[in-house]
Design a protein around this ligand. Sequence first.
Ligand code: THU
Length: 164
Amino acid sequence: MKKTDISIGWTEYEPGEDPGRERTELILAAIKASGNAYAPYSGFRVGAALRLENGKIISGCNVENAAFPSGVCAERNAIAAASSSMPGVTPVAIAIAASGGEGFTAEPVPPCGNCRQVIAEEEYRNGRKIEIILYGTNKTIVIQGVDNLLPLKFNTKNLSQGSP
Ligand code: THU
């Protein structure tokens, strides 16, 4: 028998603390993108902004659907937009901000499991960790790579292992 323990971590910034100019710029882009959300069913408006290695920022918002599972999260829409409009340009950071009607959430909103999996694939295919910035009015969380959110993940290596 072998037991494995891993540790995960992140950094928190209080409202008065400056997370840095580029992070603040990305958070503002995510806040702006949340204004484009189509969220008539949940009323939960999410924005995500991706910074690419060339400095460009590509945003996305959640787009819901009457057939609920057909709705797509902000993070995956931002990644799909970047992937299709700027193919081959590596994402280096993503910021996420959400408002539930009463202004932006006090606690930062972490990406759902599906979005974590998609962020993991981006890291894998580009060979570079993505900084994940979660904005809340009480604090901002900065996470260095999706390993901290999805430690034991399924990836392409598991697929090839299963091939005949
Ligand atoms: N949502 C996101 O856009 N990102 C997440 O990581 C969590 C959830 C959206 C999906 C749905 O439109 C609404 O928030 C409520 O779940």
